[in-house]
Design a binder for this molecule. Structure first.
Ligand code: CTP
Ligand code: MG
Length: 238
């Protein structure tokens, strides 16, 4: 199974002094999490998955030296490719799809920032995508969600039993996802995940049970929570 890891963002919402070092804002995936860069944890889970056999890391050239160091230090057994990202996640994934080998039938896409996804979740998604055109990991929403207008007035309260929080991995048929990305570019659709492109093209996307701990490290508090969860995990393993 082919895996693409979007890792070409800059972490604007992370608001970290360390990220602002020097002239350019550094990638939040290089932040230290229990002695390793955040991206290393994501890669370790992919390496441990029995179904993933090819990994493409989509990054900005400014980060390539650091990414190469991470990969070298972890001594991976799986082939890892560096692919140049774009200015949005959508563009980055588009570039990733172009870099897949021509025989790739299915692909999983997993955000580098979701560094707590387990190898079991990768395997569950990799197995399920063989029998459907598109899927995403997701969990039922715990909060009551409000739809709000620009004046911060509540417009409606969607029925919570129908709401799921989207995660990654997201898995797709490669030719179909390529078509959806092409259509998205033609129509100017701007989306934050790949399932949304499938939906816009009226293609079915299945839900696979995600993980409550599979959070996306977006703000400083997420980093603190991720550190806590990882510590618990590592302690239990000894
Ligand atoms: N991503 C990407 N290419 C971009 C933007 C984002 O590959 N041009 C990746 C990020 O590296 C991350 C994932 O998409 O792994 C999810 O994006 P997000 O959490 O929004 O990360 P950033 O865009 O880096 O953060 P922010 O939006 O706060 O700037
Ligand atoms: Mg972003």
């Amino acid at each position: 199974m082919y895996l693409l890891i979007p890792a070409a963002g800059s972490g604007r919402r992370m608001d970290s002094e360390w990220l602002r070092q020097g002239t350019a804002q550094r990638n939040k995936l290089l932040l230290n999490l229990l002695g390793k860069p955040l991206l290393a944890w994501t890669l370790l889970a992919a390496e441990a998955s029995s179904h993933i056999s090819w990994i493409g890391i989509i990054g900005q050239p400014i980060d390539w030296d650091d990414f190469t160091t991470i990969v070298t230090q972890l001594s991976f057994t799986k082939p890892i490719h560096l692919i140049e990202g774009g200015s949005t996640r959508q563009e980055s994934v588009y570039n990733g799809l172009q870099a897949l080998p021509p025989d790739a039938k299915h692909v999983l896409i997993h955000d580098g920032a979701r560094c707590l996804a387990t190898p079991e979740l990768f395997d569950r998604c990799a197995q399920a995508v063989l029998t459907c055109a598109g899927l995403i990991a997701a969990i039922p929403v715990k909060d009551t969600i409000k739809v709000v207008d620009q004046e911060k007035l509540i417009k409606s309260t969607p029925d919570r039993s129908q709401l799921w929080a989207a995660q990654t991995p997201q898995g797709f048929s490669v030719p179909l996802l390529k078509k959806c990305h092409q259509e998205g570019r033609r129509q100017g659709w701007e989306v934050t995940d790949d399932a949304a492109l499938f939906e816009q093209c009226h293609l079915p996307v299945l839900i696979v049970e995600g993980e409550e701990t599979n959070l996306k490290v977006t703000t400083p508090v997420d980093l603190a929570i991720a550190e806590f969860i990882l510590t618990q995990r590592l302690n239990r393993a000894v």
